[in-house]
Design a protein around this ligand. Structure first.
Ligand code: FES
Length: 105
């Protein structure tokens, strides 16, 4: 199991224990984390699962696919250098203790 903390724009935090292999979006939804709407259910077509990862985690992951880049560019008001669609990020053991920020869009 991997421990992940989601931080809301208000600063409130939710720390959850999740199974490796789930997407970050699924982990948030399964644990009732607010701010992750996932309207397209993980198809990378809505950007309502936008999160900002720690730089060290972002840098370890494969680069976003073109369609994810497009969604982040055109549908998020608050894209940041380490922004990702959480539905496109699989949880791995080396993410244990990761703190993920949910932008205030
Ligand atoms: S759930 Fe729609 S883009 Fe991630």
């Amino acid at each position: 199991m991997t421990i992940i903390t989601f931080v809301q724009p208000s600063g409130s935090k939710a720390t959850v224990e999740v199974t490796e292999g789930l997407s970050l979006m699924e982990a948030a939804l399964h644990n009732g984390v607010e701010g992750i709407l996932a309207e397209c259910n993980g198809a990378a077509a809505c950007a309502t699962c936008h999160v900002v990862l720690p730089k060290e985690v972002y840098d370890r992951l494969d680069a976003p696919e073109d369609h994810e880049e497009d969604m982040l560019d055109f549908t998020t008001a608050d894209r940041q250098p380490c922004s990702r669609l959480s539905c496109q990020v699989s949880i791995s053991e080396d993410m244990n203790g990761m703190v993920v920020h949910i932008p205030g869009e």
